[in-house]
Design a binder for this molecule. Structure first.
Ligand code: PHE
Ligand code: ZN
Length: 883
């Protein structure tokens, strides 16, 4: 008999509808944190009172707490009756108002979960979102309990010369025995998830920023000694972000210092702790030798994102974790707007959409599909998802589209005016937008509640006699887990009409007195809506979903000629790019079908011609050209197929690449030669575009794998002047394989084995190589001396890259990839459940594959669920994936 099952109770599901206000409030927290080589002692003194808004009046105060040793509890200075369980501490029969003092002891150096207080190399640091504070001390660890914090840190001076926490430094000094202390005071009440403490040997880059009302802010970026020269780009990004938020939203920084700390061991990208952002070092450190253009871009965007949280997240925070998108969706939209303003708006939008389609659309179509505002969870850490972040940003962007920029800004102003200092809900945000603008968002709110990607079918009919163009729009939304019936959504559909010369026609909808503008946002609200355009002089070509005005899957019966016409002429750059992607996707899917039917795969001349014209178009900038000649990715293509045919998609995509490579060989060569570039590295839109276009050409020139291609790739790699070029060259060589590939990988490792962030790239490139025996190589790399299973960046760059970034190889080999992933998930789950759960996601999409693969993928999920002592994180994903 197996009794172990009875010992592991099924994890509890938390529901949004069960929300009640906290029975107690905590006004102030005085923390004393003493750090030692092998432990930390925390004393927390809290001013607690009953919440007048509470619905119940319990006798006991029940605090959250986990994985600590409880040393003592006192209430108003006297011993207090209390009882601890593994996840709570109950203080018996408390008065209405009291001071509670709790002492705990922790072992940061043994904390491999990287949540709570832990050590990254020799640096002590904290990660409290979402529920990490309860691993530091017992607390009401929920975002609607906001307190003012004072933090006193002590440590041996030689171990931790730098002592940091939130807010302003109010005191520091020496202690006996080689120890010292610092006291930090944060004047702003905040939820516990925004608490942070960092201590260790750190150097810093310092700068200043004067806010527009004249506040002098000291900016500091703390890094490991020696890394200061790699902080300039992060610092520039921070200053740009601070200025931008003032200019665009009128939002100023509110403390005297703003600090960023870079940490090597971090589960996520970065964290917006008040006044003390903690970052994964890959999102801070950059110089041209070690960071790629993409790294530079990500650093700029994430520094901005975390900085913007100071208002959207910190000053106004979330009432409960179901409202996570209140801060994340809004802040992602803000960082997207910032990126659009820093470079090319068109490229930025194309990037947003690519990411949404590659990560969020599959999530919305899979077993973990959830609304932007989820209704339930087992483990909140599993809900830091593309849906909450990326789709959440699309939802706020749609409000921006429906209201227009001025009224949207008014809505933001009203939101801050009403809710500064509060913990609120997504509905509060929508209310502010609605009240400030007068735009009715009642139906629109369904975007927060209904999961799934709506399908939109658009058909147009031209009546020459009546000079009328009629657009019929049908919407539908498939069922998702727990949501069998869906209501029609309010979808902003941005459209234009082009005449035969490719010019925008003025648009006049039936009933309007005069034409107004050449782009119109149609309010789609019903299962079927019909829009009639009048005074249309000729049969137009419709440009649909301009700027990707809604996160939907669009189907429109447009001919290939119409799509190539839009590719050449659409005045909306997103729609122009999109026409090419639609055409490419249609073609590839046709080829997949042909291949399946045993027929030849044919690439029509029309497509080759369209790509040639794009390459020849002198008016387009290089980044856009690179975007436009890049074929749709496998994740996006897979979403368009009823059953994902990996081999088919890959074969078809390779065939198209081959044909483009051959037939446009002269173009790729001249693009490659013309974009050689000279002078020192600059991270400017022009230079980034040039490098991208050149490496795109290189990759087309390498598709035939011939001698000349190999020679060119080797030359490119060996002459690389920066990491962007090195990585591009290495990727091509790794795919070419053979002696050249091995030599390049060897040389790269030799040169960069002392640079963790560069080594991650080395692991990642090998894991993502679609050719050769990649799984075998990945398995060997797990045993490589440079591999570190405890470092999340390393794990994501090897295991994550293979399982999520290399569908061709992950799904090959009769299930060997699935088995490997499951083994890695189980091994990782023993010490870092968050990372384990993130790795697991690709197995959840089993329904999308053929019967054989379904069986194999489910088998691994079942093996995981059956494991004893599984974390809540992995249990939730694995079990829901099997449902
Ligand atoms: N709140 C962080 C952000 O998006 C992400 C994060 C979540 C980091 C949980 C760590 C832990 O800015
Ligand atoms: Zn965020």
């Amino acid at each position: 008999m197996d009794i172990s099952k009875d010992m592991t109770a099924a994890p509890r599901t938390i529901r949004r509808d069960d929300y009640t206000p906290p029975p107690f409030l905590i006004d102030t927290v005085d923390l004393v944190v003493e750090l030692f080589a092998d432990s930390a002692k925390v004393v927390s003194r809290m001013a607690v009172r009953r919440n007048p808004a509470a619905v119940a009046k319990p006798a006991d105060l029940v605090l959250d707490g986990k994985k600590m040793d409880l040393l003592s509890v006192s209430l108003d200075g006297r011993a207090a009756a209390h009882e601890a369980t593994p996840e709570t501490l109950a203080i018996r029969a408390v008065p209405d108002r009291f001071t509670l003092e709790i002492a705990t002891r922790l072992r940061p150096q043994d904390n491999a979960e990287l949540t709570g207080l832990y050590k990254s190399r020799d640096i002590f640091c904290t990660q409290c979102e979402a529920e990490g504070f309860r691993r530091i001390t017992y607390f009401l660890d929920r975002p609607d309990v906001m307190a003012r914090y004072t933090t006193r840190i002590t440590a041996e001076k030689s171990l931790a010369p730098v002592l940091l926490s939130n807010g302003n430094l109010v005191e520091r000094g020496e202690l006996d025995g080689g120890r010292h202390f610092a006291v930090w005071e944060d004047p702003f009440p905040k939820p516990s998830y925004l608490f942070a403490l960092v201590a260790g040997p750190l150097d810093c880059l310092e700068d200043r920023f004067t806010t527009r009302s004249g506040r002098e802010v000291t900016l500091r970026i703390y890094v490991r000694p020696g890394d200061v020269p790699r902080c300039d780009h992060a610092m520039e990004s921070l200053k740009k972000s601070m200025k931008w938020d003032e200019d665009v939203y009128g939002l100023e920084y509110d403390l005297d210092t703003f600090m960023i700390v870079a940490i090597d061991d971090f589960n996520m990208g970065a964290m917006e702790n008040k006044g003390l952002n903690v970052f994964n070092s890959k999102l801070v450190l950059a110089n041209p030798e070690t960071a790629t253009d993409l790294d530079y871009h990500s650093i700029e965007a994430v520094i901005a994102h975390e900085y913007f949280h100071n208002w959207t997240g910190n000053r106004v925070t979330c009432r409960d974790w179901f409202q996570l998108s209140l801060k994340e969706g809004l802040t992602v939209l803000r960082d997207q707007q910032f990126s659009a303003d820093m470079g090319s708006a068109a490229d930025a939008r194309i990037d947003d959409v690519r990411r949404l389609r590659a990560a969020q659309f599959p999530e919305d179509a899979g077993p973990m599909a959830h609304p932007v505002r989820p209704d339930s969870y087992i483990e909140i850490n599993n809900f830091y998802t593309a849906t909450v972040y990326q789709k959440g940003a699309e939802v706020v962007r749609m409000m921006h589209t429906l209201l227009g920029p001025e009224r949207f800004r008014k809505g933001m102003d009203l939101y801050f005016q009403r809710h500064d200092g509060q913990a609120v809900t997504c509905d509060d945000f929508a209310n502010a937008m609605e009240d400030a603008s007068g735009v009715d968002l009642a139906q629109f709110r369904l975007w927060y509640a209904q999961a799934g990607t709506p399908d939109l079918k658009v058909e147009g009919r031209y009546d020459a006699a009546a000079r009328r163009y009629t657009m019929t729009v049908d919407q539908s939304l498939r069922r998702t887990p727990g949501q069998p019936d869906k209501k029609p959504m309010h979808i902003p559909l941005s459209v234009g009409l082009l005449d035969g010369a490719g010019r925008d026609l003025p648009l006049k909808l039936a009933g309007e007195a005069a034409a107004g503008g050449t782009t119109r946002v149609l309010d789609v609200r019903n299962p079927r809506d019909v829009f009639v355009f009048e005074d249309v002089p000729e049969k137009p070509v419709a440009s649909l979903l301009r700027g990707f005005s809604a996160p939907v899957k669009l189907q429109a019966p447009r001919s290939e000629e119409e799509l190539t016409f839009l590719m050449a002429h659409d005045s909306d750059p997103f729609a122009r790019w999109e026409a090419g992607q639609q055409l490419g996707a249609r073609l590839i899917l046709d080829m997949v079908a042909a291949r399946k039917a045993g027929k030849p795969m044919v690439v029509p001349d029309l497509f080759v011609d369209a790509i040639r014209r794009t390459l020849d178009d002198q008016r387009l900038d290089r980044s856009f050209i690179a975007d436009a000649v890049t074929l749709p990715g496998l994740a996006f293509l897979g979403e368009l197929m009823p059953e994902i045919d990996i081999e088919g998609m890959w074969a078809a995509q390779q065939r198209v690449r081959g044909v483009l490579s051959q037939q446009l060989a002269d173009r790729w060569s001249s693009v490659y030669d013309a974009n050689h570039g000279s002078g020192p590295y600059r991270f400017s839109p022009e230079e980034v575009g040039r490098r991208r276009l050149r490496s795109t050409a290189l990759s087309y020139l390498s598709t035939d794998k011939g001698e000349a291609a190999r020679r060119r790739a080797v030359e490119y790699f060996e002459n690389a002047k920066n990491m962007t070029e090195q990585v591009a060259g290495l990727g091509v060589l790794a795919e070419l394989g053979g002696a050249e590939g091995d030599a390049a990988l060897g040389a790269f490792h030799e040169r960069w084995k002392g640079e963790p962030l560069v080594l991650d790239k080395w692991f990642g490139i090998q894991a993502r190589t679609p050719t050769g025996d990649t799984l075998q190589r990945v398995k060997q790399l797990v045993d490589h001396p440079s591999y570190d299973r405890k470092n999340p960046n390393r794990v994501y760059s090897l295991i994550g890259a293979f399982a999520s970034g290399n569908p061709v190889q992950f799904h090959a080999g009769g299930g060997a990839g699935y088995r490997f992933l499951a083994d890695q998930v189980l091994a990782t789950d023993r010490f870092n459940p968050q990372v384990a759960a993130r790795l697991l996601a690709p197995l959840g999409s089993w329904r999308r594959y053929d019967a054989g693969r379904q069986t194999l993928m489910k088998r691994e999920l079942a093996r995981i669920v059956a494991e004893k002592g599984l974390s809540r994180d992995v249990f939730e994903i694995a079990s829901k994936s099997l449902d």
